[in-house]
Ligand binder design. Sequence first.
Ligand code: ADP
Ligand code: MG
Length: 299
Amino acid sequence: MSIKVDHVSKLYGEQRALDDVSFEIERGNIVGFLGPNGAGKSTMMKIITCFLPQTEGLVEVCGFNVAEAPMDVKTRVGYLPEHNPLYLDMYVREYLEFIAGIHKIPNKKKRVDEMIEMVGLTIERKKQIGALSKGFRQRVGLAQAMIHDPEVLILDEPTTGLDPNQIVEIRNLIKNIGSDRTVMLSTHIMQEVEAICDRVIIVNHGKVVANDKAANLTNYQNKQVIKVEFDKAVKSNVMASIKGVTEVKKVTESVWLLGSNANDIRQNVFDFAVKNGLTVLTIQKEEQRLEDIFKRLTS
Ligand code: ADP
Ligand code: MG
């Protein structure tokens, strides 16, 4: 197990930012850590990376207790904090050599060259960090987090504030570097999770409200939505009379979304159409998206 969080709570004064949180992350997984602002994501990440002590509970990283063996944890963890604090007046190489020095990495220059190449900073390597775009600064942050070749990477909102192209680039980078290590990343972007994460943990008000594979989360909904298109206009109250339908939403006069708690209601819709002299032009199950699940669990 790469990360083990067992009954962890964190109080800031009176405020309970984390409330009895438990989860485990297996070695080699990329896990999305989701939750609305203020849910406690950054707090959890700071505890895992030994930047903040928990109030209660146990946290282990690669088998080391963060409270008892912080040095053993820190050598195995790379951390990209939320606002990626960088020294803006330092040069890219200078900064990375400085970080390599902190980690006492032998042959610093060679390692810095490797990192620059790995995160795609080659054309910008001679610039001051302050002169870089946000996407390239984020690459410097990732290089910094990985320079000591950690087993575990903790990335706090690594793509927030980037433009759509930069998001895709950073996402691909994370996917590549995550192929042989454990990654925990927080994000608001659902497509990000669907694109790169093996597993999703959703937190709300300091509590874990979901912990599963993304595919399972979108399935274990007992609600089903189907979209149906008829050849003519149909009235809302008539749609609501279809057996099994609990919710009706109009798309156009002849296209409707039908919600149900029952099993498949498509047969009922066909029967209804036949009885009312309507022709069904299309009928399909609507995929539940992770975004809908997120909204339901956190609102
Ligand atoms: P997230 O990263 O999910 O947005 P945070 O972990 O940053 O959430 O914050 C969780 C809660 O704890 C928030 O209500 C926030 O205001 C509070 N909080 C975070 N850091 C501190 C701090 N240093 N002192 C007091 N309260 C804090
Ligand atoms: Mg945060």
